[in-house]
Each structure stands twice: as structure tokens, then as C-alpha cells.
Write a protein that binds this ligand. Structure first.
Ligand code: MN3
Length: 248
């Protein structure tokens, strides 16, 4: 019994591939109330493993977020889009000794802003962003946070409703493809939006939560109704426990 948790962690680590981090592994448990290993300061494993990268396991079944986010959406968004970013990235760095020896997070930071490495950045950041996004949701999530996260939200935005308005506005007004984020910056929380593959991480901000607002994220379930998708994310999917772990 005493060695059981370690064994199950090892197994999950294999299943999760080279991108999942220790806290991601904890969140990968299907029963949130089961014992989990202590979370390190870093949110996901993406700080340690180098290429070749593998598609990390989802932290829940592809049916677990239905009816808000369907298995059909996961069959495209995770199994095709996210996998393609992983495959593209591996192909782009395989002949580059420096880049292929770096962790995903170090790679994203290294090539950010380098126009000669735009393809590497776009694919690496999209691998990071999607892995982070799956963990930003959970079955039965959403609504206002409690405890430490609620205190942080209140201190930074005034109250939860004001946060919700700020986050919704960012997600709605990101023109075209991109992401909405909750970040910690200098001890305060802030809402940001980024275009395409851009991530606040490259500006030194600590990512807490993200929402993918590329059309491929919501078109099968919500068609053109991005505002309904944003509301559903906030009310039914947000994983506040993940956000709190990311606070460190
Ligand atoms: Mn996407």
C-alpha cells in the first residue's frame, strides 16, 4: 500500500508523455479527491522534458466535459490540432541540437520574437498553450473560486463579477485567433488576451488559466457564438484548483 502512489505516479508519467508536469499528473487523476503528490512550484512538466515531445494525456476523459465541450470537439481539437503542433515541433527541432535539448518552456522563451524561428515558436507555444488549456478546465468546474483564489480575485478586480466581465471582454474582443488569460504579474492578478500562439509567459508573467478562442475551439459546439462559449467556460468548466496551484 505504501509504495502504491509512487507506482501509479510512474505509470501516469509514462502515459502523460514528456510534457505533463508533476502537478498536471496530480490533476490527471480521474478522482480529484484521491491522494496526489505534492505540487512543485512549477505548474506543468513542460519545464523539464526535451524533444522529442509527445502529446500529453488529457487530464480527463474526452467525454468528461459534455455537454459543454463535446467528445467530437476533443477528437479534432486535441487529437488533430494539438497533435499536429507536437508533430510539427518535433520535425522543426529534430536537426537542431540546441533547440532539441531544451524543455518546451525554455524553447518557447528562447525563440519568442525571433522572426527566423517563427514556425518553432508558433508550434512550441501552441503545444504549451493547449496543454495548459486542457488543465484550465475540469468536469463540474466553473463559478466563483473559493479560499485563496477568491481573495486574490477580490483584491485584484474588486469582486468575482468584475473579474468575469474583464475576462469575458478580453476573450470576446480578441480579434481572430488567440487566447484569453488570467495571469499573476507583480503579485496582482490580471486579465490579458494574446493573438495566435502568443503567451504572456514570454513577457515574464505567470499564467494561471487560459481560454482558447480560436474558432476551432468552439465551432463544433457553439458555431459562431463565441460569447456563449466564454460564458459556458466561466460558469461550467474553469478549474480554479489548477489556477491556485499555478499561483505557487
Ligand atoms: Mn486550439
Amino acid at each position: 500500500m505504501s509504495s502504491q502512489p509512487e507506482h501509479s505516479i510512474d505509470r501516469r508519467q509514462v502515459l502523460a508523455g514528456s510534457l505533463a508536469g508533476a502537478s498536471a499528473l496530480a490533476l490527471g487523476c480521474k478522482t480529484p479527491s484521491s491522494p496526489t503528490p505534492a505540487a512543485p512550484a512549477a505548474p506543468l512538466v513542460m519545464t523539464t522534458q526535451a524533444a522529442p515531445f509527445s502529446l500529453p494525456a488529457l487530464p480527463y476523459a474526452d467525454t468528461a466535459l459534455e455537454p459543454v465541450m463535446s467528445a467530437k470537439t476533443f477528437s479534432f481539437h486535441y487529437a488533430k490540432h494539438h497533435k499536429a503542433y507536437v508533430d510539427n515541433l518535433n520535425n522543426l527541432v529534430k536537426d537542431n541540437a540546441e533547440l532539441s535539448s531544451m524543455s518546451l518552456e525554455a524553447l518557447v522563451k528562447k525563440v519568442a520574437g525571433d522572426s527566423t524561428k517563427a514556425g518553432v515558436f508558433n508550434n512550441a507555444a501552441q503545444v504549451w498553450n493547449h496543454t495548459f488549456f486542457w488543465h484550465s478546465m475540469r468536469p463540474g468546474g466553473g463559478g466563483a473560486p473559493t479560499g485563496r483564489m477568491l481573495e486574490k480575485i477580490n483584491a485584484s478586480f474588486g469582486d468575482y463579477e468584475k473579474f468575469k466581465t474583464a475576462f469575458s471582454d478580453a476573450a470576446k474582443t480578441q480579434f481572430g485567433s488567440g487566447w484569453a488569460w488570467l495571469v499573476e504579474d507583480g503579485g496582482k492578478l490580471a486579465v490579458l488576451k494574446t493573438g495566435n500562439a502568443e503567451t504572456p509567459m514570454t513577457a515574464g508573467k505567470k499564467c494561471l488559466l487560459t481560454l482558447d478562442v480560436w474558432e476551432h475551439a468552439y465551432y463544433l459546439d457553439f458555431q459562431n457564438r463565441r460569447p456563449d462559449y466564454i460564458t459556458a467556460f466561466l460558469d461550467k468548466l474553469v478549474n480554479w484548483e489548477f489556477a491556485e496551484k499555478n499561483l505557487g
